[in-house]
Design a protein. Structure first.
Length: 178
């Protein structure tokens, strides 16, 4: 007698095999998506630094004298490049900033770029430009407690100074200070 179908055991074995393959594939796709989002945070942070650097070089923002720093908030740049973050939220425009430190005419850039993802901060808590340019820049992306964030303005200069020792005077550029 000839059979024209599959047995129940064969069908179950095929289903188990398909579910294992699906699990592996979904995990791989999720890892790729997370890696790409991390890379977007790093690229956005480098773009933010580049925009501040351009505004300083163009004379729109005053270059700090030796040993001093400037802090430029994201809202001050008026850039439409940062309307939406990689997770679909909006960047915190008045919590995200670039700090430029003049060390004997050697520029040091630091950046904080934070996205609001359903009430949680996600992004780069604080990183020096050189660390973002290395392959390990993606490791700087993290979840950031929103109670650790502060609005960038002249009232928070002491908070900034406590985080970045070595700044003589700090000049703040934010929409609140315009």
């Amino acid at each position: 007698m000839k059979k024209n179908g599959f047995t129940l055991v064969e069908l179950l074995a095929a289903l188990v095999l398909l579910s294992i393959l699906t699990t592996v594939a979904v995990g791989s796709v999720l890892r790729v998506v997370d890696k790409n989002r991390r890379e977007i945070y790093v690229e956005d942070a480098k773009k933010f630094i580049s925009q501040v650097d351009y505004q300083v070089r163009a004379g729109k923002i005053k270059y700090p004298t030796n040993g001093n720093c400037i802090v430029v908030s994201l809202d001050y740049t008026n850039s439409s490049d940062f309307k939406k973050g990689p997770n679909g939220g909006r960047y915190y425009a008045n919590y995200s900033f670039v700090l430029l430190k003049n060390e004997a005419s050697n520029d040091k850039f630091y950046v904080r770029l934070v996205e609001n993802v359903k009430g949680t901060g996600k992004g780069i808590s604080m990183a020096e430009l050189s660390s973002l340019q290395k392959n390990k820049g993606k490791e700087k992306v993290e979840t950031i407690r929103t109670d650790n964030l502060f609005v960038v303005n002249n009232d928070t200069v002491n908070k900034i100074r406590s985080l970045y020792s070595g700044c003589g005077s700090i000049t703040v550029y934010s929409k609140e200070e315009k």
